[in-house]
Write a protein that binds this ligand. Structure first.
Ligand code: AP5
Length: 214
């Protein structure tokens, strides 16, 4: 299956993408993760995009389209994928359609994760990430066994720079202006299914499974 996850920052896309990827044995591809790897490794791309991401702005369409085009060409993505965080603009969505048309393929579903701003702020402010294995925790809803330490490798958990209050506000503005138009874009193609993303992780997983069966 070729699936896109749409939804505001902190809606739980990455959490559900990781779980679905395991259940479907399909790669979960997150442009945010790819970009953060470049930042952590200090590559020229990472040095360029790091400050943009920290402020909560979008990286340019040209750059992200190139990243996703390279990633989708890898063998593990040929038959299916879960895209988490791409597309984020109408230009990116058009580029994705063109890429898929080249291999005579189409998206199967676009899942919109619906949450309210209060949940977004709660989830992002409480998120902690392992810098080594990238496991995502939440200090209330998904805490590690030992506070502040990754269960897998003992690394000290970090708050993402863009999970600070100022950047959260900016990310929500950018989402509203640049990504929200994608709802209409995918609705007009008959691909969009909205799920209620409020509730426990397993409740959201059950709703996601039901949406994918439609
Ligand atoms: P990206 O990494 O894509 O960030 P995002 O879309 O803002 O999404 P998040 O990772 O913040 O949230 P999520 O929905 O995955 O939530 P999660 O599952 O972690 O992008 C970061 C930046 O990269 C962008 O701002 C931009 O600069 C750049 N970028 C990336 N892609 C780009 C593109 N295509 N174009 C241009 N720029 C791009 O959950 C959040 C927290 O809630 C966690 O702590 C989790 O444990 C908890 N949680 C999850 N589900 C539940 C639940 N059901 N109940 C309670 N807690 C829950």
């Amino acid at each position: 299956m070729r699936i896109v996850f749409l939804g505001p920052p902190g809606a739980g896309k990455g959490t559900q993408a990781a779980l679905l990827s395991e259940r479907f044995s399909t790669p979960s591809i997150a442009t945010g993760d790819i970009l953060r790897r470049h930042v952590a490794q200090g590559t020229p791309l990472g040095l360029q995009v790091g400050p943009i991401m920290d402020r909560g702005e979008l990286v340019s369409d040209g750059l992200t389209i190139e990243l996703i085009s390279d990633r989708l060409a890898e063998p593990d993505a040929r038959l299916g994928f879960i895209l988490d965080g791409y597309p984020r603009t109408v230009n990116q969505a058009i580029a994705l359609e063109e890429l898929l048309a080249e291999i005579d393929a189409k998206l199967d579903r676009v899942i919109k994760f619906a949450v309210r701003t209060a949940q977004i702020v709660e989830r992002l402010a409480g998120r902690r990430v392992c810098p080594a294995c990238k496991t995502v925790y939440h200090f209330v809803t998904h805490p590690p066994i030992v506070e502040g330490v990754c269960d897998n490798d003992g690394a000290a958990l970090l708050l993402r720079e863009d999970d600070r209050e100022e950047a959260i506000v900016r990310r929500l503005e950018v989402y509203g202006a640049d990504t929200r138009p994608l709802y209409e874009f995918y609705l007009s193609r008959g691909l969009l299914i909205e799920i209620d993303a409020i509730g426990t992780t397993s409740e959201v997983t059950a709703r996601l499974d039901a949406a994918l069966e439609q």
